[in-house]
Design a protein around this ligand. Structure first.
Ligand SMILES: Cc1cc2nc3c(=O)[nH]c(=O)nc-3n(C[C@H](O)[C@H](O)[C@H](O)COP(=O)(O)OP(=O)(O)OC[C@H]3O[C@@H](n4cnc5c(N)ncnc54)[C@H](O)[C@@H]3O)c2cc1C
Length: 301
C-alpha cells in the first residue's frame, strides 16, 4: 500500500509547527517518528493532505533534570522532550538513575528499528489503549506539558488520553514534554505486560504499579494503572483508597488484584477474550505490585 499524495512541511521551531497546524486546520497532522501515523495513512485509517514534521525541532528532544514548582513536582523531576525516541529514553543516564521503572516498558516495546524512530510524544498522543508508556508514566505520577501560543499548561498524565485515539489536546496545542517525579526514598514502581510473543508484539494487557511506603511499611500511596483493557489507560483510584495504611502482604496484593480486575473493561478481539484479559489483569497486578514493593525495599538499602 502506498501513502496518498501529501505535502510534507519541515519546521525548526514549535511556533512554526503550530502556525502550520493553524493554517491547514483539520487538513494537517503532526509527524514525529511516523511509526503510528504512517501505518494509519497507508491503511487509510486516516487521511490528511499536510504533514507537519517535528523532527528538526531540537528543543523537543532530550532528557533533563529540573527543579519542581507544581503540586505534582515539589521535588526534582525528569523532563522528557516529546521528540525523544524510545531508544534515547532507554539509554539516558538520567532515566536509569531517576525513573528506571520506565525501562520495564521501553525494553518490551516493538523492535530496535521501530524504537529508533518512535517517540515518547507519539506514544502518548496516538492515544492507543495498548500503548506501553502511558501506564508506567501515570504510575510514576507524570504530568504532560502542553504548549500553545497562549503559554504552557501542565496536566496530570492520567487526564491526557480521553478516549481511544483521542487526547486532551485542543486546536493549536502540542505535547512538548512529560515530567516524571525523580526517584525518592520510600517509592517504587514497576510495569508488567503480556503479549502473544516475546518480540515485536503489542500488549494484550498491561499493569503498572507505583507504590509509596511509610517508614513503618504501611502503604501511603498506591497508583495501579491498567493498559489495553479500557478505552484509555485507567488509573484505579479505588486501589489507593482501599489499601492505604496497610502493609504490602499477600492479603493486600490479593485485594489489589481483585479491585484491578473489577476496574478493567476489556474488549474481546483477535488477541484475547475479555475474560482472558481480566485474568491477565489479576496476574499482572500481583506481579507489578510485588515488583514495586521489592524496589521500595531496594531503594531503602
Ligand atoms: C512494528 C511496530 C511495533 C510497535 N510496537 C509497539 C509496542 O510494543 N508498544 C507500543 O506502545 N507501541 C508500539 N508501536 C506503536 C508506535 O511505535 C508507538 O506508539 C510510537 O511511540 C509512536 O511514536 P511516533 O513518534 O512514531 O508517532 P507518530 O506516528 O509520528 O505520531 C503518532 C500520533 O501522535 C501525534 N503526535 C506525535 N507527536 C506529537 C506531539 N508532540 N504533540 C501532539 N501530537 C503528536 C501525531 O500527529 C499522530 O497522530 C509499534 C509500531 C509498529 C509499526
Amino acid at each position: 500500500m502506498y501513502v496518498p499524495e501529501i505535502e510534507l512541511h519541515e519546521c525548526d521551531s514549535i511556533e512554526q509547527a503550530a502556525a502550520l497546524m493553524t493554517r491547514y486546520g483539520g487538513e494537517a497532522r503532526l509527524l514525529a517518528g511516523g511509526t503510528d501515523l504512517l501505518v494509519d495513512l497507508k491503511t487509510q485509517r486516516l487521511r490528511t493532505s499536510h504533514l507537519v514534521s517535528l523532527r528538526r525541532v531540537a528543543v523537543l528532544r532530550g532528557v533533563t533534570l529540573e527543579e519542581g514548582n507544581g503540586p505534582r513536582s515539589a521535588g526534582a523531576f525528569v523532563r522528557i522532550g516529546a521528540l525523544t525516541t524510545i531508544n534515547e529514553l532507554d539509554a539516558a543516564p538520567l532515566v536509569r538513575r531517576h525513573c528506571a521503572p520506565l525501562l520495564d516498558a521501553t525494553r518490551e516495546m516493538a523492535t530496535d528499528q521501530v524504537r529508533n524512530l518512535a517517540t515518547v510524544g507519539g506514544n502518548l498522543a496516538s492515544a492507543v489503549p495498548c500503548a506501553d508508556l502511558p501506564p508506567i508514566l501515570i504510575a510514576l505520577g507524570a504530568t504532560a506539558v502542553i504548549w500553545s501560543r497562549a503559554g504552557e499548561r501542565v496536566i496530570p498524565l492520567e487526564t491526557f488520553c480521553v478516549g481511544p485515539r483521542q487526547t486532551a489536546l485542543q486546536q493549536g496545542e502540542l505535547l512538548v514534554a512529560v515530567r516524571v517525579p525523580a526517584a525518592r526514598a520510600g517509592f517504587g514502581a514497576a510495569y508488567a505486560r503480556f503479549a502473544l510473543r516475546e518480540g515485536n508484539a503489542i500488549a494484550v494487557a498491561s499493569v503498572a504499579a507505583g507504590l509509596a511506603l511509610a517508614d513503618d511499611g504501611a502503604i501511603s500511596e498506591l497508583r495501579i494503572v491498567l493498559g489495553a483493557v479500557a478505552p484509555t489507560p485507567a488509573l484505579v483510584a479505588k486501589a489507593n483508597t482501599a489499601l492505604i495504611g496497610r502493609p504490602v502482604d499477600d492479603e493486600a496484593i490479593e485485594r489489589a488484584a481483585s479491585i484491578a480486575r473489577q476496574a478493567a473493561s476489556p474488549i474481546s478481539d483477535i488477541r484475547g477474550s475479555a475474560e482472558y484479559r481480566r485474568e491477565l489483569v489479576d496476574v499482572l497486578t500481583r506481579r507489578a505490585l510485588a515488583a514495586a514493593a521489592q524496589r521500595v525495599r531496594e531503594n531503602r538499602t
